[in-house]
Each structure stands twice: as C-alpha cells, then as structure tokens.
Design a protein. Structure first.
Length: 286
C-alpha cells in the first residue's frame, strides 16, 4: 500500500495519533484516505497551528505589557480594562475580602494610604451575609489611630512591606523629623515625630533600629533590642477607679525622664531594668 500521507517519522506518528483521537483516521488505506479521510484531518492541524500561534502572541503581549509600565492599561479577552499598576503589584500584594480574610497586624491599602489593623470586630447586622467589621487601625502615613467600619464583601489590597537595618542619627527641630541612617547604603531616612509616636521618646544616639518601608518610603521603625535603663525615682501608686480599674503598684521615673507604672514593686531607686522594646514596660531587673 502507498505510504501514510502525513508521514512516517515521529512527527507524522504524533499527528496521526491526534487525528485518530479526534475522529480523523489518517492511517487507513491510501485509496480511501486521499479522497475521504485525509481532507478531514487538515482543519484539525490548522486549528492546532492557530491555537499555538495565538498562545505565543498573547504570552508575548502580556510579557511586554508587564515589563513596560508605560502602557496605561491592558484588555484581555474583551473583558473590562485591567489597570497595569494592579498587574505590576500582584507579586507583592494580595486582595482580601471583608470580613473573612481580615487579620490583626495586616497592612491594608485604604484610599491609597497604608493602614495597620490593630483590632477588628466582625458583626452581622441583620440578613444573610450582611456583615460589617469595626476596625481600630493606625494610619501608617501619620501615625494616628483611626476607627473604621468596613462593609462585608468589600475587597482591599494587603500590602507587603520590607524592613531595613538603620541607626538613629539626629533630630531635626526645623522639620520636626527624626533622621535615620541606612546601615547598607548610608542613605538618610526621615520620619516625623507624629508618625513615630511614643517610640520617639526611647531613641538615643546611635540606637540600632529597623525601618519599615513600602515602595521605598519609610513608614515606621522598631528597636532591634530591649532597652536598658536606670531608675531615678520611685513613688507608690494606689490603684482606684476612674474609667478602668488600675492595679496597685509603683510609678518609676527613669534617667531619661520617662515615667512608667509597674506592678513590680520590688524595683528600687538606682536599679537597672530591662524595658520591653515593643510594649515599653519593665520586663525584669538587671
């Protein structure tokens, strides 16, 4: 019998198998395939070629669009336009839904401003799936605490920040900013006193810190180690009722002028103590 019209090599065998499983039996006797079966295999091969070319063109277009941020937008498969900025940030951010994906200490981008979730309270306000989440957050651009109510079903972008080692350099009275020196690049990183809040009172010359960055912009800092200090004065503090009941204890004044209340009544004037770097409470006596 005459040879297979598709070919006898490995490529011909592969194409013959494709034609076989798609109902185009190209390996039947040549006298019948030439007039009936073989033409039916041609559209299948053409479709495969068109599909492969389409995938290559689409992949090349998407790759070019992601690399070139100058392209304003990207339209895929006739769907609504997708901002290219969203595609560029997909590798370092995730979209979370309220309230099921909400977690403490998350960093969310709300109205273009980074916020840190301190606490949240999800509630159903009536009806199936009618949820809200009352959140206490920190505006990481200003350092202020804000209360927000987020509606269930809404989505927000969870941002990923980075930390960079630095040292405290000096305080600029003119701009009311604290200046830190990047430990690797020696670049100056500035943060306002309002952004730092209570942290600013614990900074000393040359203190080693870590600066939190988002899009190369500093947001806040944290100390790398607990603080060693000395007690300059001790006063008894008797707890009572105001808005919240306070435990009996003592009030201490440190050599840096900071005043702390603690239940550790055994500490005395002149003692060296270790201060927790996150809560700024006395951990132990040294």
């Amino acid at each position: 019998p005459p040879p297979n019209p598709i070919g006898s090599g490995w490529l011909g065998k592969c194409l013959s198998m494709v034609c076989f499983f798609t109902g185009r039996h190209a390996a039947t006797p040549f006298s019948r395939v030439r007039t009936r079966r073989a033409p039916r295999c041609v559209p299948t091969l053409a479709s495969l070629a068109v599909l492969a070319a389409s995938v290559c063109v689409l992949g090349s277009f998407v790759a070019t669009a992601l690399v070139n941020p100058g392209l304003p937008q990207l339209r895929l498969f006739g769907a609504s336009t997708v901002p290219l900025q969203r595609l560029n940030t997909a590798c370092r951010s995730d979209m979370i839904q309220i309230p099921k994906d909400l977690r403490k200490h998350m960093r969310l981008l709300i109205a273009g401003v980074p916020h840190k979730v301190l606490s949240y309270d999800p509630k159903n306000i009536g009806g199936k799936g009618n949820w809200i989440a009352r959140c206490e957050m920190t505006n990481m651009a200003t350092g202020q605490s804000v209360d927000m109510t987020l509606k269930g079903g809404e989505t927000y972008e969870e941002i990923q920040t980075s930390w960079r080692a630095a040292t405290f350099s000096y305080f600029s009275e003119g701009s009311d900013t604290y200046v830190f020196l990047d430990s690797e690049t020696y670049e100056e990183l500035e943060l306002s006193s309002g952004t730092l809040g209570e942290m600013a009172q614990w900074l000393t010359d040359g203190a080693e810190v870590e600066v939190e960055l988002y899009n190369e912009q500093p947001l806040t800092v944290r100390l790398k180690e607990d603080i060693e200090s000395e007690i300059a004065d001790v006063q008894e503090f008797l707890g009572g009722y105001s808005h919240v009941r306070q435990k009996s204890g003592i009030q201490v004044t440190l050599t840096n002028g900071m005043e702390l209340r603690t239940s550790k009544a055994y500490v005395q004037k002149g003692d060296k103590v270790l201060i927790d770097r996150t809560t700024f409470e006395i951990k132990s006596r040294l």
